[in-house]
Design a protein around this ligand. Structure first.
Ligand code: GDP
Ligand code: IMO
Ligand code: MG
Length: 428
C-alpha cells in the first residue's frame, strides 16, 4: 500500500508540478492535501503548457484519479474555470476529479478579508497571494468554516452562511471600514457552485484507503514549501496550512505508516515570493540575472520572485522535519554559465556562528550567511538526461548539496519539460 509524498522543500515554486507530472506515470491516484489556489504548479508535456492551481498535476496521465483532500481549501469559481480550461484543451476531467466532502470552502468574504488585512498591515504585509487562504483556514480553526459537503444541502447551508457572513461582515465593516456582502448574492453563488461541483464531491478519504488496500500507488502532491509551513516556516511570513509531511497525513486522512517515501523537491538555488527573511537573497546583478534567465515570476500572481543562493541551513531543517527518503533537485540548468556559485553553510549572528535555523524571526532577519564558493561549469546541463552528461563541476555541486542536505539526490531536473530529467535511482 504505497503512498509517496512529493513536498516543496524550500519556499514553494521548486518545480513540484513538473516533478509530480514526471513521476506519476505509474501512479493510480494523485492527491493534493493542503493549500488552495495560492499554489501555481507548472506542467509542460506533450499535451501543452499548463498552470494548475487546484487540480492535481497528475491529471495528464489518463489512468490517474485526481483527489483534493480534506486539508485543501477550495475556491469554487477558480476551480470551475480550471476544470473548463482543461476540458477545452482536451484533458478529460469527468469522473477523474474527486473533491473531499470535508474540504473547506474559500468564500468571497475570505478573499475580501485577505486583501483588507494585507492593506491594513502596510509595510508589514505578508505579501499573500490575496486568494483568501488565511481567512479560510482561520474560519476552519475557529469552527466558522463552511465545508464542501454543505453545497449538497442548500437548505441547511443558508442559516449557516447567514451566521458566518454576519461575522465576516462585522470584520469587514467594523475593523476594516469595508463594504458588507449581501447574503442573497453569496447564497446565489453557492447555488451555482452546488450545481456545477456536485458531480466531483465524494468520500475521498474512504476511496484513498480502498485504493491503498488494493495496492495502488498514490502520489501525495504538496503545495507551497516547508519554509512556508504555519508551524515550521519563517512565521509570520508563511501560509496558513502545513505543507510538510504531517500535513499530508492530516489533509488526506492517511496514517504515517501508509507513507512509504517522502520526496523533497529543492531548487538548485532559492527563491521566495512575498515578504519575510531570506538570508541568502541576491539583490544585485546576479539575482537579476537568475530571475531573468529562469523567468522567476509567480505562476499565480505574476510577481517577481526574490532570488538567492542555496541555503543548506534551511535545507537541513526542511530535511529534519520531513524525513526525506529522496531528494529531487530542479533547475540545475539555470546555473549553467555562472563563473562561480555559492552555497550557504551556516549563519553569523551577533558575531557568533550558528548552524541551525533560528525559530525567532527577530534573530533570523539579522543572520548573515556564511558561504562556500564553487567554480561554475561552461558546458551546459540544460536538457541532460543522464548523469554522465553533466560537466564535472556540476557533478561536484550536486554531490556537495547531497551531503549538505543529508539525503540522496535521486532525480535531477534539467529543464521545464517532462522528459528533461536525470534519474539516478528510481523513486516510485
Ligand atoms: P511549483 O509551484 O513547485 O510547481 O513550481 P512552479 O511551477 O510555480 O515554478 C517552477 C518553474 O520552474 C516553472 O516555470 C517550471 O516550468 C520550471 N521548471 C521546473 N523544473 C525546471 C528545471 O529543471 N529547469 C528549468 N529551467 N525550469 C524548470
Ligand atoms: P506553490 O504551490 C510560493 C506565499 C505567498 C506569501 C505567503 C502567504 O506554487 O509552491 P497565502 O496566499 O498562502 O496566504 O500567502 O505564502 N505562497 C507561495 N509562495 N509558492 C506557493 O505555492 C505559495 N503559496 C503561498 O507568496 O508569501
Ligand atoms: Mg508555484
Amino acid at each position: 500500500m504505497p503512498a509517496y509524498a512529493i513536498l516543496g522543500a524550500q519556499w514553494g515554486d521548486e518545480g513540484k508540478g513538473k516533478i509530480v507530472d514526471f513521476l506519476s506515470e505509474k501512479a493510480d491516484v494523485v492527491a493534493r492535501f493542503a493549500g488552495g489556489n495560492n499554489a501555481g504548479h507548472t506542467v509542460i508535456n506533450d499535451q501543452g503548457h499548463f498552470s494548475l492551481h487546484q487540480v492535481p498535476s497528475g491529471i495528464f496521465w489518463p489512468q490517474t484519479l485526481s483527489v483534493m483532500g480534506s486539508g485543501v481549501v477550495v475556491d469554487p469559481p477558480s476551480l470551475l474555470d480550471e476544470i473548463s480550461s482543461l476540458k477545452n484543451r482536451g484533458i478529460d476531467v469527468e469522473g477523474r476529479l474527486l473533491i473531499s466532502e470535508r474540504a473547506h470552502l474559500i468564500m468571497p468574504y475570505h478573499i475580501e478579508l485577505d486583501q483588507l488585512s494585507e492593506s491594513a498591515k502596510g509595510d508589514n504585509a505578508i505579501g499573500t497571494t490575496g486568494r483568501g487562504i488565511g481567512p479560510a483556514y482561520a474560519d476552519k480553526a475557529s469552527r466558522n468554516g463552511l465545508r464542501v459537503s454543505e453545497l449538497l444541502d442548500l437548505d441547511a447551508l443558508k442559516p449557516r452562511l447567514k451566521e458566518t457572513l454576519e461575522h465576516a461582515n462585522a470584520l469587514i465593516t467594523k475593523v476594516y471600514s469595508g463594504k458588507p456582502m449581501e447574503l442573497e448574492t453569496v447564497f446565489n453563488k453557492c447555488k451555482e457552485w452546488s450545481l456545477l461541483l456536485s458531480p466531483y464531491i465524494g468520500a475521498a478519504e474512504d476511496i484513498l484507503h480502498e485504493r491503498l488496500e488494493g495496492n495502488q500507488i498514490i502520489v501525495l502532491e504538496g503545495a507551497q514549501g516547508a519554509l512556508l509551513d504555519l508551524d515550521h516556516g519563517t512565521y509570520p511570513f508563511v501560509t496558513s496550512s502545513n505543507p510538510t509531511i504531517g500535513g499530508a497525513s492530516v489533509g488526506l486522512g492517511l496514517h504515517p505508516s501508509q507513507i512509504a517515501g517522502v520526496i523533497g523537491v529543492f531548487k538548485a538555488y532559492c527563491t521566495r515570493v512575498g515578504g519575510g527573511p531570506f538570508p541568502t537573497e541576491l539583490t544585485g546583478k546576479t539575482g537579476d540575472r537568475i530571475r531573468d534567465l529562469a523567468q522567476e515570476f509567480g505562476t499565480t500572481t505574476g510577481r517577481p520572485r526574490r532570488v538567492g543562493w542555496f541555503d543548506s541551513v534551511m535545507a537541513n531543517y526542511s530535511s529534519k522535519i520531513n524525513g526525506y527518503s529522496s531528494v529531487v533537485l530542479t533547475r540545475l540548468d539555470v546555473l549553467d554559465g555562472f563563473d562561480s556559485i555559492k552555497v550557504c553553510v551556516g549563519y553569523e549572528f551577533d558575531g557568533k556562528r550558528i548552524n541551525r535555523l533560528p525559530g525567532g524571526q527577530g534573530v533570523l532577519q539579522h543572520c548573515e550567511p556564511i558561504f562556500e564558493e564553487y567554480s561554475g561549469w561552461d558546458k551546459p546541463t540544460a536538457g541532460a538526461t543522464s548523469f554522465a552528461e553533466l560537466p564535472k563541476q556540476a557533478v561536484d555541486y550536486v554531490m556537495r548539496l547531497e551531503s549538505l542536505i543529508g539525503c540522496p539526490i535521486d532525480v535531477i531536473s534539467t529543464g521545464p519539460k517532462r522528459q528533461e530529467a536525470i534519474t539516478r535511482r528510481s523513486i516510485l
